[in-house]
Design a binder for this molecule. Structure first.
Ligand SMILES: O=C(O)c1ccccc1N[C@@H]1O[C@H](COP(=O)(O)O)[C@@H](O)[C@H]1O
Length: 205
């Protein structure tokens, strides 16, 4: 079965269309003010009105206040929440929405413990651990650190590009791949050609 692809950090309508036209399964919207891909509630709501059927919308949060997440959920019809900070299983579950939990992986990360602790998550999104930056870094991690028997669906991310996504899919066999920096022209602005290449190579692998 072809791997699923999420294109994260959509900020503009033309990028949304480029990703959907190229066959993206999900688009990510970043509700984290320090990110160059940050969108306001108003922008996200306007973008999601243009989302075609059968493409999922994912809201990305980093240690956000519950009141802020509630205000996003009231205005933006998100299909899935992505928690990319130090949220606990209780923090993630309080909205009663399907969610995935990001784990920034390094040599000391116990992924089997994360899988047990976040048993209610729909999957674990595995990203590179970079000190001081929660994500969207364009950095890879050592994929050999992923246990083969991890009892959770894996969404592989961190430094994926059109040039390495085939190797990633063939080596890790994740449920899905997620990319932000690797399909950008500049930070926050996507490159339609890179998106198309990335999705074609991921799905052919
Ligand atoms: O995209 C961001 O700016 C971002 C900010 C804070 C947390 C996560 C963020 N993005 C997520 O990071 C990973 C890897 O991104 P990249 O491809 O290495 O740039 C990805 O899951 C994004 O969803």
């Amino acid at each position: 079965m072809a791997v699923r692809v999420k294109i994260c950090g959509i900020t503009r309508l033309q990028d949304l269309h480029a990703a959907c036209d190229a066959g993206a399964d999900a688009l990510g919207f970043v509700f984290y003010e320090k990110s160059p891909r940050h969108v306001t509630i108003e922008t996200a709501a306007a973008l999601l009105r243009e989302l075609p059927p059968f493409v999922q919308s994912v809201g990305l949060f980093v240690n956000a206040e519950p009141a802020f997440i509630e205000s996003v959920l009231q205005a933006v019809p998100l299909d899935l929440l992505q928690f990319h900070g130090d949220e606990t299983p209780i923090d993630c579950a309080r909205y009663g929405r399907p969610y995935i939990k990001a784990v920034r992986v390094n040599r000391d990360t116990d992924l089997l413990k994360y899988a047990a602790d976040f048993d209610a998550a729909r999957g674990l999104l595995l990203d590179a651990w970079v000190p001081g930056v929660p994500g969207g870094t364009g950095e890879r991690f050592d994929w050999r650190l992923i246990p083969p028997d991890l009892p959770k669906l894996v969404i592989l991310s961190g430094g994926l590009t059109p040039d390495n996504v085939a190797e990633a899919v063939q080596g890790v066999r994740p449920w899905a791949v997620d990319v932000s920096s690797g399909v950008e022209a500049i930070k926050g602005i996507k490159d339609a050609h890179k998106i198309a290449q990335f999705i074609a190579k991921a799905k052919a692998s």
